[in-house]
Design a protein around this ligand. Structure first.
Ligand code: CMC
Length: 442
């Protein structure tokens, strides 16, 4: 009869242990009992970058990377992108179910009333240098929100948590648009609550002297779909940052600021910006083979390709590729799309990419759409952070309610020096050239 357990023999001692398996996992703590003697702390698992470690149980997002499947609360991303709206998906992520009409109206109202930010936030924006990266401005001002809402640290009060979640989803687009306007030296536009979530965001970005801004409905819808596609993606780098920082029981603004910082990196949310720069550097379809050679020689990475989880076409990239054509009907074609399509075609025929299962990810086409919508390259990671706020808040709530969770604190394998006595500086031997080189590397 099959048993849900793992039997391990420690060849150092000859002892055998039985470790329970639950949900296809063993508890890493169960390894602690495997010791060579009383002095031994016990076996740990070594897993840099969490390649095979589940850090939580979650009911929010399901990904099957081999099959290219992404579902939120059970709903396939393709159906959500086709039939839903970003605000509805945000509700689904945070609350677990799709809303009925009444609940949705209440949710929309509750988010919309929080789109304004304190006037002092404008002074924070003004304090940045004229050429500051908008992602740096966003990280700082989200963190600054915690000083305006000190009660946000009451994280075990469910009503308080709900309020901060609504504030974050309402205010992050405003801060993002302010950061954009700051870079241009334009006055900040206040929210227009008659517009949709994405319509208002476009208004805060682009309204100039007109009394009432009318977003182009195709672009407003396209942005909404892009926001749906970026709303959550289970335990990625920024969500892990959110959970790890929030596990210290800090307020959610500080935790979302740290998640936004994690998203800034070029291997995560900064990838769409890096894709655009790469396509511009390639510049012409004729230059693609030479660029692919540089990738294969390990000189550069093909940005927008590859994923830790998807070893198949990222389902979001498929939807975005189709969306790009709808956007170009309004904005006119982008020369970069032709380079991107050709780059994808060549890469997917090349054994380097095929054998490593490297396919386009969500960032490969999103930057081209943003560029066609006149959104500057520096703003791309910001465009990712806005919708991901709902996902981060959903994970935060799940973490706070989870009795299994404690402050995140991984172990390490200490491989440094053994105990040694302190030597006063004038009695230390002069460092050799090689030792100096090593210490300067740090
Ligand atoms: N271009 C060229 N080679 C690549 C790439 C790439 N984009 N991605 C992975 N590889 C190679 C890598 O060199 C390695 O080859 P080898 O086995 O010969 O050493 C192999 O594929 C496995 O790569 P890895 O670095 O071990 O894979 P990872 O799971 O640690 O990295 C990744 C995942 C997304 C960081 C990586 O694929 C990458 O750097 N992609 C480009 C950046 C990018 O597009 N990031 C956006 C990710 S999607 C949005 C998000 O969720 O944040």
């Amino acid at each position: 009869m099959s048993k849900s357990s793992l039997t391990v023999t420690d060849n150092r001692t000859g002892k055998t242990y039985e470790i329970p398996i639950e949900h296809g996992a063993i508890r890493a703590n169960a390894l602690k009992q495997i010791k060579t003697g009383p002095e031994d702390f016990g076996l740990v698992s070594y897993d840099p970058a969490f390649m095979n470690t589940a850090a939580c149980k979650s009911q929010i997002t399901y990904i099957d990377g081999d099959a290219g499947i992404l579902r939120h609360r059970g709903y396939p991303i393709e159906e959500l992108a086709e039939h839903s709206t970003y605000l509805e998906v945000a509700y689904l992520l945070v609350k677990g179910e799709l809303p009925d009409n009444e609940r949705f109206a209440m949710w929309k109202h509750n988010i919309t009333v929080h789109t304004m930010v304190h006037e002092n936030l404008k002074k924070f924006m003004d304090g940045f240098r004229y050429d500051a990266h908008p992602m740096g401005m966003l990280i700082s001002t989200i963190g600054a929100l915690s000083t305006f809402y000190p009660e946000a640290n009451q994280i075990f009060d469910v009503e308080n948590r709900r309020l901060q979640t609504r504030r974050l989803i309402g205010k992050v687009p405003t801060l993002a648009a302010f950061a954009y306007r700051r870079g241009l030296g334009y006055p900040y536009n206040y929210p227009d609550n008659d517009l949709s979530y994405t319509g208002n965001f476009l208004q805060m970005m682009y309204r100039m002297t007109e009394r009432k801004y009318k977003p182009n409905p195709v672009l407003e819808k396209a942005l909404d779909v892009l926001f749906i596609l970026h709303a959550d993606h289970e335990q990625n780098c920024s969500t892990n940052a959110m959970r790890s920082v929030a596990s210290s029981q800090v307020d959610p603004y500080s935790a979302v600021a740290s998640a936004t910082a994690a998203l800034y990196g070029p291997l995560h949310g900064g990838a769409n910006e890096a894709v655009l720069r790469m396509l511009e550097e390639i510049g012409n379809k004729d230059n693609i083979p030479a660029y692919i050679k540089r990738v294969k020689d390990g000189e550069v990475r093909l940005m927008g390709f590859g994923h830790r989880v998807y070893k198949n076409y990222d389902p979001r990239a498929k939807i975005i590729k189709k969306l790009a054509h709808e956007v170009f009907e309004v904005t006119g074609n982008s020369k970069l799309i032709d380079i991107a399509l050709e780059l994808e075609r060549i890469a997917l025929q090349d054994d380097y990419f095929v054998s490593r299962k490297l396919y386009p990810n969500v960032d490969f086409y999103s930057g081209i759409i943003y560029q066609a919508m006149n959104i500057p390259t520096k703003m791309f990671p910001v465009m990712f952070a806005i919708p991901r706020t709902a996902g981060w808040c959903a994970h935060w709530a799940e973490l706070v309610k989870d009795d299994d969770q404690k402050i995140a604190r991984p172990r390490q394998l200490y491989l440094g020096a053994d105990k040694r006595a302190y030597v006063p500086i004038d009695r230390r031997p002069k460092a050799t050239v090689a030792e100096t080189a090593v210490s300067e590397e740090l």
